[in-house]
Design a protein around this ligand. Structure first.
Ligand SMILES: [Zn+2]
Length: 454
């Protein structure tokens, strides 16, 4: 009796075993039922040159995959593999087919078939097929320079007008030294662009290249043929006087956040001339880096002449080296042109535009700044007061401010700055009607003649 009691009927044992088996199959990763996941690093365009990166992964590992290309010419297998030891994750680089050159289709389909190593599905595993539509674009953007300034002077500006043709244009900019990018604006007719470029005074040479990229990764580069004119700028060795340090610098040190708690005059001067200046210039560069997206038909700019009957009291580009008691303390570049006339004289920019700033800016004092279009900005430093508001659109004859000595200025004067897409340029060029005719109006005129003929 007792022996019979401990024995379970065979049927029950089989039932329990098969339930356990089913539970095992259902919960074991060996029998997982999820299809492999497929990721394609592609934006939907292919130039049939760069490999397409695909990553596949699966919990139970991958058994096999096949990547094929479906076009009007049929289905071609590009790459396939089968694994004895299953791989959990694969990063594939799919090369274009050998027949890529003769492929005429505008769109093709990339077929990715993957099977995992799961024992599910009667040991066949889980399979998935992903179709990915690709626009085929084998052509590089077609770029040509239509018209440009003949030369550029160190510290100066130049204008370029060019055309770019591409059905899938993604990115367009002009690259110059030190990875500086200039943003062109659409010009006049479809496919044409215009941009000012600037050679920063601190760069010994200059090169500007139009770069166009399409969505398929095709790239074209065209260097703007500019004759480079070197220019030597003044170097001034300035001895700091105690009167200056105890006067203006002490006053500014009290005002600026950066010099709070700094007692030493030399240290105060260094902080104002370097740290405060850098901060103030950063704001100026940021404000003047904005270029609009709208198409422009014309760029008419008058000779700049912001202050009547004024005398130049400091030149643009002056490299100022400061010393105290024979020791070099600090240095900076004077990136504007200083004018003086009567105290609190009226400032009239002679060009209309949008006021992008009209407030106090550290060493620049009260400083209105105006955008004249095409990334060309002017600023007016050390004003006693400003008469415009940010966001205001002014005309050419608007009286925007009065000169003064706010900020880092000794006497009443105007610090006049001109900027091209965040780079300070020689104001002298924009005050010279001959330079402006040759470099701005003539370049636009000849571009329009060429565009109208094509
Ligand atoms: Zn100045």
């Amino acid at each position: 009796m007792s022996r019979n009691k401990s024995k379970l009927p065979v049927g029950v044992i089989l039932l329990v075993l098969s339930i356990l088996g089913a539970v095992f199959v259902y919960t074991s990763s060996m029998f997982e039922r999820d299809v492999p996941s497929i990721d394609i690093a592609n934006n939907g365009y292919w130039n049939l040159k760069k490999p397409i990166e695909i990553s596949i992964d699966d919990e139970s590992g991958l058994h096999s995959y096949r990547v094929s290309l479906k076009s009007s010419a049929g289905v071609v297998s590009l790459q396939h593999e089968q694994f004895i030891a299953p791989e959990k994750m694969l990063n594939l680089k799919i090369k274009p087919p050998r027949s890529a050159y003769s492929l005429k289709d505008k769109t093709v389909t990339l077929m990715i078939e993957v099977t995992d190593a799961s024992k599910w599905n009667f040991l066949n595993g889980n399979s998935v097929t992903k179709n990915f539509k690709l626009h085929i674009d084998k052509k590089r953007p077609k770029t040509s320079i239509v018209s440009n300034s003949y030369k550029i002077t160190k510290g100066g500006s130049a204008l370029v007008i060019f055309s770019v043709e591409d059905e899938n244009l993604k990115e367009l900019y002009i690259e110059s030294n030190n990875n500086k990018k200039f943003k062109p604006q659409p010009f006049y007719k479809d496919g044409y662009y215009i941009s000012l470029v600037a050679w920063p005074i601190t760069d010994s040479s200059f090169k500007a290249t139009v770069i166009a990229k399409d969505y398929a990764g095709n790239l074209s580069k065209k260097t703007i043929p500019l004759y480079l004119k070197q220019k030597n700028y003044k170097i001034s060795n300035i001895k700091l006087s105690d009167r200056f340090l105890k006067g203006k610098i002490a006053d500014l040190a009290e005002e600026f956040e950066e010099t709070q708690g700094v007692e030493d005059s030399i240290e105060q001067f260094k902080i104002i001339n370097e740290d405060v200046r850098a901060k103030n210039e950063e704001l100026i560069h940021k404000l003047s880096s904005i270029v609009l997206d709208e198409t422009i038909d014309e760029f008419k700019i008058n000779k700049m002449y912001p202050l009547k009957n004024a005398q130049v009291v400091a030149s643009f580009g002056d490299h100022r080296k400061y010393s105290y008691k024979g020791k070099r303390i600090s240095e900076s570049y004077h990136l504007g042109l200083d004018f003086a006339s009567n105290a609190m004289a009226s400032i009239i920019p002679q060009n209309g535009g949008e006021v992008v700033y009209s407030d106090y800016n550290g060493i620049y004092g009260n400083m209105p700044m105006i955008h004249h279009g095409l990334g060309l900005y002017t600023l007016y430093g050390h004003c006693s007061s400003t008469k415009v508001d940010e966001g205001e659109v002014i005309d050419a004859k608007h009286d925007i401010a009065n000169t003064g000595k706010s900020g880092y200025a000794m006497g009443d004067h105007l610090h006049f700055g001109v900027l091209v897409q965040g780079i300070e340029v020689r104001p002298e060029e924009w005050m010279d009607s001959q330079w402006m005719k040759l470099n701005i109006s003539d370049v636009i005129k000849s571009a329009k003649e060429i565009i109208n003929k094509s």
